[in-house]
Design a protein around this ligand. Structure first.
Ligand code: ARG
Length: 398
């Protein structure tokens, strides 16, 4: 029986060469293309895969699933890696890998393949997901082992084998885009001291070019996820697209950082996630209003772990699943409105309200409406401070 492989295909140079390269080695190649909102011409990519010799090509529109099952959990968990990366690429990979596994089952293929290099996180995310979902599948990663050492050599190969690629001049950056954001790498960005040139940014204007007038908006949440803008209900995808446009126009959501990859490499990364930052800012703010102190503080630790699990490729792991239980429990009352001000690259909360708010003006106020019994504070502190009188004695040695 011929060896059959399902390849995560993008239509770009690498995966186009991979189709041919695998065929040369005797594989029957099925290409799989996922639409995660990257706004690329998937039809053209499909035609290309067929021309190169794929025996079958699947296109799956996974945008709804991406939002509901990947972006929403990330929102609820305030998932940000190393404080600044909203994990757009990292969230997309397990979903793609899940479909590779499903397609392999449908096609009765024994292999899946991807076009990731051996230096990044994406290979880990795809392979660990596949290991969990079907440990019998074997994984091929041609880029880790093939003979080409440069893009030029690959282009030579493509020309020689008549692989239809658009041999435009070398793109200045490597891009990976979906509904939650875009990752920008390579080229001049590899020098972490060089300011990212304006043309590196794909979906945001520079704060300098943003409108001189701030824009206010009210983001409405229902159990931890955004559902409305200025009181109007939006479909999930429309909401993200609207906020991406709005935020992008105000220069919001840019990140320039040096991050720690799982494989031990530090890399300079540029990201844009306008909708992501607006939603994240608002979500955290609403939590501050409705979560009690203990749950809130404990959740911050869980959130950080959750982000790390996403980054490192453990989306389908038992721990991630267990943490979902905790996180979902905390979102029961995360409903309400957050008023935000967008202005020249910044997005700040200027107001928040919720029917489940734990804020009590009567307790907080310094006016005569105060209902807080200040006399009780004396006893509270006396008992709280009591052990420290012993600590002081201990320090004095008696
Ligand atoms: N460093 C980011 C991450 O690990 C972005 C990776 C971008 N991937 C890509 N194939 N261009 O998630």
């Amino acid at each position: 029986m011929k060896k059959k492989v399902v390849l995560a295909y993008s239509g770009g140079l690498d995966t186009s060469c991979i189709v041919y390269w695998l065929k040369e080695r005797g594989y029957d190649v099925v290409a799989f293309l996922a639409d995660l909102g990257q706004q690329e011409d998937l039809r053209a990519a499909k035609e290309r895969a067929l021309k190169i010799g794929a025996s079958n090509v699947y296109i799956a529109d996974v945008r709804e699933e991406f939002i509901h099952n990947f972006i929403y959990p990330a929102i609820k968990a305030n998932a940000v890696y190393e404080g600044r990366y909203l994990l757009a690429t990292a969230l997309g990979r397990p979903l793609i890998a899940k479909y590779l596994v499903e397609t392999a089952h449908r096609e009765k293929a024994q292999y899946i393949a991807h076009g990731c290099t051996g230096k990044g996180n994406d290979q880990v995310r795809i392979e660990i997901t596949a290991n969990i979902l079907d440990p019998r599948l074997e994984i091929l990663a041609p880029v880790r082992e093939w003979e080409f050492t440069s893009r030029e050599e690959e282009i030579e190969y493509a020309k020689e084998k008549k692989i239809p690629i658009e041999v435009t001049k070398k793109k200045p950056y490597s891009l990976d885009k979906n509904l939650w954001g875009i990752s920008i790498e390579c080229g001049i960005l590899e020098d972490p001291y060089v300011q990212p040139p304006e043309d590196a940014y794909q979906v945001t204007v520079s704060p300098e070019k943003a409108p001189a007038k701030p824009q206010y908006l009210v983001l409405g949440f229902e159990k931890g996820v955004p559902v409305s803008i200025d009181g109007r209900a939006y479909k999930p995808q429309d909401l993200l697209e609207t906020l991406n446009k709005l935020g992008g126009a105000h220069g919001i959501g840019r990140t320039d950082m040096v991050e720690n990859r799982l494989v031990g490499i530090k890399s300079r990364e540029v990201y844009e996630a306008p909708a992501g930052w607006i939603i994240h800012t608002a979500h955290r703010e609403l939590e501050s209003l409705v979560l009690d102190r203990e749950a809130s503080h404990f959740k911050q630790g869980i959130d950080a772990k959750y982000a790390e699990l996403i980054y490192n490729g453990f989306w389908y792991s038992p721990l991630k699943h267990a943490l979902d239980g905790f996180i979902n429990a905390t979102q029961k009352f995360v409903s309400g409105d957050v008023r935000l001000k967008l202005y020249k690259g910044s997005c700040v909360c200027v107001g928040r309200r919720s029917a489940h708010s734990l804020y009590s003006k009567a307790l907080a106020t310094y006016t005569k409406e105060d209902i807080f019994d200040q006399k009780l504070a004396a006893g509270f502190i006396k008992i709280l401070g009591m052990p420290y009188k012993q600590v002081a004695r201990q320090a004095r040695g008696k």
